[in-house]
Design a protein around this ligand. Structure first.
Ligand SMILES: Nc1ncnc2c1ncn2[C@@H]1O[C@H](COP(=O)(O)OP(=O)(O)OP(=O)(O)O)[C@@H](O)[C@H]1O
Length: 323
């Protein structure tokens, strides 16, 4: 059936939850019966609008709060019971890194490394320099952290998560608050980290971020899982295997008539762009029919459904609603 089932079968899930649930003391059901399966080596995008339960889930996965129901396994071990065994193998960046503003970037990392009882002090400096280099902060390493931009602070947080080799990186909204350039840089860095073989689990409320960076995704809505799997599969599953037909033309009225006549359903016209459900059969014929009718076609093709389409079709709501 789904990717999740396959992963369960071959035991390669780095994160695996069953019925994971968190009800806060005030009664708020923040996460409701979550079954999550994160394949080894994936860049897994945990997607949902603000308030959909992402941070609560991450906090449970890292053993920072106790679930009120269900179970969570991280790197094969139950959480929060195995925190001591699991956390040294997990690099985490949650809710912005905690930094000392009066220390330089390098000094912050040296301190961070010194707080890790498993870190060998003799190799500390080399380790810190390698991490700084990895995130592109070598040149700014001597600057005080308070003079860092938000993007540089995020990089420094990532560097802290990378001091040791990690099997899993957990990043909670790593591009939150960054300008477009900062976002691009952090995304490129995440791709690079994933290329090194660790599994990356990142949360985001940005659909295009997940589409650009991730191999897999799980979509949350009001504490519940809406769908999960490979990004392309998730997009296809909800919108039908073929996606939507998209036509650009300066003759939208005539184009709409021809498309309808040829069985294109759910037709939407926005200026010179038309889109609709493609009819069965050869689309080349449809294109030829447009041209025969005198429609000047600028572009004609199938557009893959976006994660936004998926979210809207599965929840009946736009993505911007807060849970
Ligand atoms: N400590 C808490 N006590 C009570 N309710 C909480 C607590 N933390 C979060 N919540 C509620 O639980 C729900 C899920 O919040 P959570 O922070 O997990 O969502 P999120 O998807 O991470 O959103 P955001 O991106 O805004 O952080 C929200 O309705 C939130 O108000």
């Amino acid at each position: 059936m789904s990717e999740a089932t396959a992963v369960r079968g071959n035991d390669s899930a780095v994160i695996f939850t069953q019925g994971l649930t968190k009800r806060y003391r005030g009664g708020q059901l923040a996460v409701d019966g979550l079954d999550l399966s994160v394949p080894r080596g994936s860049v897994f995008g945990f997607l949902g609008p603000n308030g959909s339960g992402k941070t609560t889930t991450i906090r449970m996965l890292l053993g920072l709060i106790e679930p009120t129901g269900g179970s969570a396994h991280v790197l094969g071990a139950p959480m929060p019971g195995s925190v001591r065994r699991v956390l040294p193998r997990v690099g985490a960046l949650i809710e912005g890194p905690a930094l000392y503003g009066f220390l330089s970037g390098r000094e912050n990392l040296l301190r961070y490394d010194a707080a890790d009882p498993t870190a060998d002090p003799r190799t500390r400096v080399a380790r810190v320099d390698r991490a700084l280099e990895r995130v592109g902060l070598s040149a700014a390493a001597a600057k005080k952290a308070r003079a860092y931009s938000l993007g540089m602070k995020q990089r420094l947080g990532l560097a802290a998560a990378l001091l040791q080799p990690r099997d899993l990186l957990v990043l909670d909204e790593p591009t939150n608050g960054l300008d477009p350039q900062g976002m691009r840089e952090i995304r490129a860095l995440v791709r690079e980290l994933a290329g090194d073989g660790s599994t990356v689990f990142l949360s985001s409320h940005l659909l295009d971020e997940i589409e650009q960076v991730c191999t897999h995704t799980a979509v949350m809505h009001r504490g519940r899982l809406v769908t999960q799997g490979r990004v392309e599969e998730v997009a296809e599953r909800a919108a039908g295997a073929r996606g939507r037909l998209a036509v650009t033309t300066p003759d939208p009225g005539e184009a709409a008539r021809v498309l309808k006549e040829h069985g294109v359903a759910d037709l939407v016209t926005e200026g010179e762009e038309l889109s609709g459900e493609p009819p069965p059969g050869d689309l080349a014929e449809l294109n030829a029919a447009l041209v025969r009718a005198g429609v000047r076609v600028r572009a004609f093709g199938l557009r893959r459904a976006s994660l936004e389409d998926v979210f809207v079709s599965l929840t009946g709501e736009g993505f911007d609603v807060a849970g």
